[in-house]
Design a protein around this ligand. Structure first.
Ligand code: NAI
Length: 242
């Protein structure tokens, strides 16, 4: 039980891949979780970790996964990062297919709630641990380009703020990052061009991964951190103290 395990979701690409690289460099055995098998295996090979195909919106799959991880070693760190956007900014909310909105709720919100539900008990049964969540600037302010995405990220921030006290008392530090635009495949193409037009300064995936690594290693429970391109991370006090 001596090896430190780090689980990263959405680790086949973008922020998750950068986080997997950082946590592996820091000495953790990284479990790369994604639904993209090719990308996930590539990142797992690169970081000397293990790939697991897991749909983060599936609570049953989470429980099986948590049991497996608990048998493997000490689960010390988790970065719940998988997320999706509504397919296009050009489709108004009222014309968005219901299935797409349900998918966003499932991946972005269920993926965090059920991830914490499955992994925190494993950490509590071992030596405690830390979980960081990738929310978004859209978890703090309105984003008219994707109202359902914005709702999921506000939900994630509310969940983290609300459950952090219970987890802290049990030995798990839960934190979240709220980045502005990040240069990843998620915002490629038209969306990136539009953000460029508005003068957005993009973060790199590694900028976000660095903030997450610092929160996982030493962030206070309940910290919600806001990140914007070209600026240092800023901590936002939770409105309700844990
Ligand atoms: P990305 O598209 O490069 O990576 C997202 C990963 O999540 C992909 O590998 C994808 O296969 C995986 N994924 C999707 N559905 C999944 C599921 N059901 N189960 C497991 N994995 C699944 O995007 P990026 O930018 O790296 O996004 C990471 C996080 O950062 C997301 O939560 C996103 O909402 C958030 N974020 C992104 C911003 C940006 O501008 N790119 C800004 C603020 C937050």
């Amino acid at each position: 039980m001596s090896e430190e395990i780090a689980v990263v979701t959405g680790a086949a690409s973008g922020v998750g891949a950068a986080s997997a690289r950082r946590l592996a460099r820091g000495g953790a055995a990284v479990v790369v979780v994604d639904v993209d098998d090719d990308g996930g295996k590539r990142v797992a090979d690169e970081v000397g970790g293990r790939f697991v195909h897991l749909d983060v919106g599936d609570p049953t799959a989470w429980s099986t996964f948590a049991d497996d991880v608990a048998r493997e070693g000490r689960l010390a760190l988790a970065h719940l990062n998988a997320g999706i956007l509504t397919a296009s900014e050009d489709v108004p909310f009222l014309d968005t297919p219901v299935e797409r909105s349900l998918a966003l709720l499932r991946v972005n919100l269920d993926g965090v709630i059920f991830g914490v539900r499955a992994l925190a008990p494993v950490m509590i049964d071992q030596d405690g641990g830390a979980i960081a969540v990738t929310a978004s600037l859209a978890g703090l302010i309105p984003y008219a380009g994707d109202p359902v995405y914005t709702a999921t990220k506000h939900g994630v921030v509310g969940f983290v703020r609300s459950v952090t006290g219970e987890l802290r008392r049990a030995g798990v530090r839960l934190t979240a990052v709220c980045p502005g635009g990040i240069d990843t495949p998620m915002v490629a193409g038209e969306r990136k061009a539009r953000m460029d037009e508005h003068g957005a300064r993009f973060l790199s995936p590694d900028d976000v991964a660095a903030a997450v690594e610092a929160l996982l290693r030493s962030g206070d429970a309940g910290t919600i951190q806001y990140l914007e391109g070209g600026q240092s991370p800023r901590t936002i006090e939770p409105t309700l103290r844990p």
